[in-house]
Design a protein around this ligand. Structure first.
Ligand code: NAD
Length: 331
């Protein structure tokens, strides 16, 4: 049994990661595409053997409801379009994988979850690192207190954004800057290390050295999360340098992944050993797992509720940076 997936938005991530990953999946396959760029249609149809009937654009997207080849819609559009295209997919009776960040506000995330519930479809978020063995090891080390209680987590995720026209640098299209896009991985890392939600955040925007690009989203932001048992996570994320790590310090040992959030080539060590796992395709595992969840009517381990949770924390991080004060997260 294999479920059909339609990719919506054929940008970089869909083209260079998801479509190739779908060539290796067992429980699902690339069955259709939704694109606003007519020139991409023929290229994708011939490259992936997609029939014309399974090719849609943003206008006739809702007609996908009548297409039995397509079981799952994967939303890979700029962040501000996630809510609309997820809700329309749910109304078409299709299960949904939506890319991170889930949407650009808490309200949108809630509407997406409600729409999927009402239409009886499964919803998951593209949190691929929950399928990476190194990051899974970090969850185990932290949550099982292998080296005792976790005291401190540190992490960073940054890259250089040089294009002043990028949607990632526009508040209305991205919903925020590097925090929404890549800082979210450090936030996730801190939570799966702890196995519980933070209660409090404090955050501070960095200096803007490229005002030509960063007119309305932050260029960088540092944030500290406080967990119920007193552990803290200190994170930094920016669009002006490169950084990629996640570290945990516990009572009797430590661990570090560097790079931590990459598609491949993650490396890790602990105070006791070097970590080595065979390479995996994270997206292949992620999509196969979701297809299995749909087949068995089981909730995904990266569900819409997790996307909503992260959006609540992100909102509190921005609130803290804006007000320049510590903010209790309103659960
Ligand atoms: P991209 O800019 O490469 O692609 C975006 C696509 O959306 C393009 O094909 C573009 O034509 C289309 N689009 C439709 N309407 C648009 C509009 N109004 N403005 C701009 N583009 C429009 O972006 P991407 O890197 O592929 O990211 C897409 C989504 O995937 C984002 O939400 C991003 O956060 C997510 N993503 C996730 C991962 C991951 O590892 N899980 C990695 C990269 C991107």
């Amino acid at each position: 049994d294999s479920l059909g997936i339609a990719l919506v938005g054929l940008g970089n991530y869909a083209t260079y990661q998801l479509a190739p990953a779908l060539q290796k999946t067992e429980n699902c396959h690339l069955a259709g595409i939704v694109t606003g760029t007519p020139s991409k249609e023929q290229v994708w149809m011939s490259k992936y053997d997609i029939p014309k009937e399974n090719v849609y654009n943003y206008e006739n997207y809702d007609e996908i409801a009548n297409n039995d080849d397509i079981d799952i819609i994967y939303v890979v559009l700029p962040n501000f379009m996630h809510a609309e295209y997820t809700i329309r997919a749910a109304k078409a009776g299709k299960h949904v994988i939506c890319e991170k960040p889930m949407a650009i506000s808490v309200e949108e995330c809630e509407q997406m979850i409600a729409a999927c519930k009402e239409n009886n479809v499964h919803l998951s978020i593209g949190y691929r690192l929950h399928f990476d063995p190194y990051n899974l090891k970090v969850s185990e080390l932290g949550q099982n207190e292998v080296y005792g209680k976790v005291k401190k987590i540190t992490g960073a995720h940054s890259f250089k954004l040089n294009d002043p026209h990028a949607w990632r640098a526009k508040q209305d299209l991205a919903g925020g800057g590097p925090l929404m896009d890549i800082g979210i991985y450090v936030l996730q890392g801190a939570i799966y290390t702890m196995g519980e939600n933070p209660i409090e955040v404090s955050a501070k925007y960095g200096e803007v050295t490229r005002p030509d690009i960063f007119k309305d989203v932050e260029q960088s932001i540092d944030f500290t999360l406080k967990f119920p048992g007193g552990a803290t996570a200190e994170a930094t994320t920016s669009y002006y340098d490169t950084a990629n790590f996640l570290r945990g310090e516990a009572e009797k040992g430590w661990w570090e992944l560097k790079p931590a959030y990459a598609y491949s080539g993650i490396e890790g060590e602990t105070s006791e050993e070097k970590l080595t796992y065979p390479p995996v395709n994270q997206q292949t595992l992620q999509m196969d797992d979701f297809a299995k969840c749909v087949m068995n009517n089981k909730k995904s381990k990266v569900p819409g509720e997790m996307g909503l949770r992260d959006m609540k924390i992100i909102t509190s991080i921005y609130e803290s940076a804006d007000k320049k004060e510590t903010v209790k997260i309103n659960w």
